[in-house]
Design a protein around this ligand. Structure first.
Ligand code: BTN
Length: 255
């Protein structure tokens, strides 16, 4: 026992459908904050926007944990940023060059996705809470990725040209997640998170397209607001705050 919330108890499985689904079940049954579910393989791993998260055995890391934070509902998106900051800090220790967070929930190395976060709010059951699900490409080679994402995905091992000890990576990650979670809930935590997250992205000043509910918005990514929304300034100088969506870099971007 470390006295730290996240990972205060850990359940591991060889193969389950989805660690998020199982964590949700535990959350709804009243389990304590911090319970972490880890699977060697998922048969129905889920990503954002209804996508599949291919979860091959023994290669990646697939885990979810329960949080019951003291945060007002409109501030809950900060938890995705909190997890992203913990991940980018840990993965940077393996791949210092060009490991960045991409709003709202990805970690990229040289522009390719190495990690995704899926946060789900659960209001049914006795105590509401959040499930934070994390999928990391760790020891994958290019051949392990489905054809349609080969050019978009990478793994830590591919970028480091060395295989990675997943147990060590998980321990560092749990420490980092606890550090960021406790920091978020302490004095000044929200603005510290937004500031630190912002230092680990290469979004600012870039020309982006944001797709939300089938509509595409374009402009320059300028900053996050206090809720973790992404602010985009269009050609007329009008700023809009987005609380979700899929960001892509425009080809005419100079960066
Ligand atoms: C995304 O980038 O779209 C988010 C991917 C999240 C995948 C993880 S793997 C562990 C957890 N269980 C799931 O079913 N999904 C998340």
């Amino acid at each position: 026992m470390t006295g730290l919330p996240i990972g205060s108890s850990i359940l591991t499985y060889d193969s389950i459908e989805s660690t998020n689904d199982l964590a949700k079940h535990y959350l709804e049954s009243g389990s304590d904050e911090g319970l972490l579910i880890f699977a060697e393989q998922q048969t129905q791993g889920r990503g954002r926007l209804g996508r599949q998260w291919v979860s091959l055995p023994g290669l990646g890391m697939y885990f979810s944990f329960i949080l019951r934070p003291e945060l007002s509902p409109e501030k809950l998106p900060l938890l995705t940023l909190m997890a992203g900051l913990a991940l980018v800090s840990t993965i940077s220790a393996y791949c210092p060059q060009n490991t960045k967070v991409k709003w709202p929930n990805d970690v990229l190395i040289y522009g390719k996705k190495v990690c995704g976060i899926l946060c789900e709010l659960c209001t049914s059951g006795s105590k509401p809470g959040i499930v934070v699900g994390i999928g990391i490409n760790v020891n994958h080679t290019q051949d392990h990725f489905p054809t349609e994402i080969k050019s978009l995905a990478t793994s830590i091992a591919l970028e480091k040209s060395d295989s990675i000890n997943r147990t060590e990576l998980l321990s560092s990650l749990i420490l980092s997640l606890n550090r960021e979670y406790l920091s978020l809930q302490s004095e000044g935590g929200e603005s510290r998170l937004l500031k630190n997250w912002s230092k680990h992205t290469n979004l600012w000043g870039r020309h982006v397209s944001l797709t939300k509910a089938g509509t595409v918005y374009s402009g320059k990514a300028t900053r996050l607001d206090s809720f973790g929304n992404l602010i985009i300034r269009d050609e007329s100088g009008q700023e809009t705050a987005f609380n979700g969506g899929e960001v892509s870099f425009r080809k005419d971007s100079n960066f």
